[in-house]
Design a protein. Structure first.
Length: 370
């Protein structure tokens, strides 16, 4: 197969491309705009492969998309290109609407026009795999809201049938893109598949996200900021496990289906940060524990309290389960950041220095300057 991967220079997209080039015989066309979060250094291990090609293209640019489809003639599309940071969406929602909604529409139309030119066999085999997030579902009941409390209680999980109830501009824009993909499936018979995943972590993660932010701040002696009480719960999925799952879906998944992909690792944010501190205490010991750098800051506006994925369908129908536990995956992640300081310095490039984004005060100030 030849697979067109949008957003292939991003965190999850680059993991998908590395997986495909290193573990299959398929070819990849990486289509990426190269925004702040896109970094071709994440693909140095595969860039010399004759099965890899790169196109710097914005998914909102229809003419360029048409050119790419005509030139490369892909057998499938894996659509990962998206603005994805919740805090940034609070400060500047317009980019999320443009990329995640308008961009997905533009890509769908370019892909559909290309699909309609294919012969019967190629048309039947073509797949459009849209990669989304569990945040479209809103949030789930938190243990604190249940009688008796405790994470050991049986609490509901997100399933493929869970209704959408997005809370942030980011998740609302992703929910909209999901609806567009399903509408193209229903109206035009376009061969689409949707996946919704839990929080990813691992190597090559842009340091505005919790885990890389904490690792890098800890090493530099900076505060480790915890929103609110740090009791928000997320299901953590190692990015390379996610890449394997996504390849399973695009090659073996059924058209019209949705698959939830999760790591079976529900952790409170404070637990995640404390675990990173314990790992660093062992790997890079200093006089005091890194946990002493933990600081509590005002919570994010509209912060969802709990996400958790039921990945039973992925396991039962596509024979996929995560290989990494949270502990093994987090140790690998910390070690990667210790070994790749140059990548971390280059990806930040002076435009972002791990400052907090997404406060309402920042949004108000930005609005006053427009």
């Amino acid at each position: 197969m030849k697979i067109l991967v949008t957003g292939g220079a991003g965190f999850i997209g680059s993991a998908v491309i590395r997986h495909i080039i290193q573990n299959t015989q398929d070819s990849v066309v990486n289509l990426d705009k190269l925004t702040y979060a896109g970094n071709l250094e994440s693909l140095v291990s595969v860039v010399d492969s004759d099965r890899y090609a790169f196109e710097q293209v914005d998914i909102c640019d229809r003419a360029e998309l048409d050119r790419v489809f005509a030139k490369h003639q892909p057998d499938a599309v894996m659509h990962l290109a998206a603005e994805s940071h919740v805090d940034r969406s609070i400060t500047g929602p317009a980019e999320f609407i443009q990329t995640n909604i308008v961009g997905t529409y533009t890509l769908l139309e370019a892909a559909r026009e290309y699909w309609n030119t294919l012969g019967d066999d190629s048309k039947s085999a073509f797949r459009f795999h849209h990669i989304s997030t569990d945040e479209v579902y809103g949030d789930l009941p938190h243990p604190d809201e249940q009688e008796g409390n405790g994470l050991d209680q049986e609490l509901p999980l997100f399933t493929e049938q869970t209704s959408y109830a997005p809370s942030s501009p980011y998740s609302a824009s992703k929910a909209s893109s999901d609806h567009l993909v399903r509408a193209w499936l229903r109206t035009y018979g376009f061969p689409a598949i949707v996946t919704n995943c839990s929080n990813n972590y691992g190597p090559y993660h842009f340091p505005e996200k919790l885990i890389p932010l904490v690792i890098l701040n800890a090493l530099e002696g900076k505060p480790l900021p915890i929103y609110g009480k740090g009791d928000q719960i997320r299901d953590w999925l190692y990015v390379e496990d996610h890449a394997r799952a996504l390849y399973k879906v695009v090659t073996e998944g059924k058209v019209g289906e949705t698959y939830n992909i999760g790591g079976h690792n529900e952790k409170q944010n404070i637990e995640v940060v404390q675990t990173i501190c314990h790992i660093l205490d062992a790997m890079v010991p200093k006089v005091t524990s890194y946990a002493e750098q933990i600081t509590y800051v005002a919570d994010r506006p509209g912060h969802d309290r709990r996400y958790a994925i039921d990945a039973t369908k992925m396991s039962a129908e596509l024979n996929w389960t995560p290989e990494e536990t949270f502990e093994t995956g987090l140790c690998k992640t910390v070690q990667w950041y210790l070994d790749n300081k140059e990548w971390c310095d280059n990806v930040q490039d002076g435009s972002y220095q791990r400052e907090r984004l997404g406060t309402l005060a920042e949004q108000t100030e930005k609005g006053a300057n427009i």
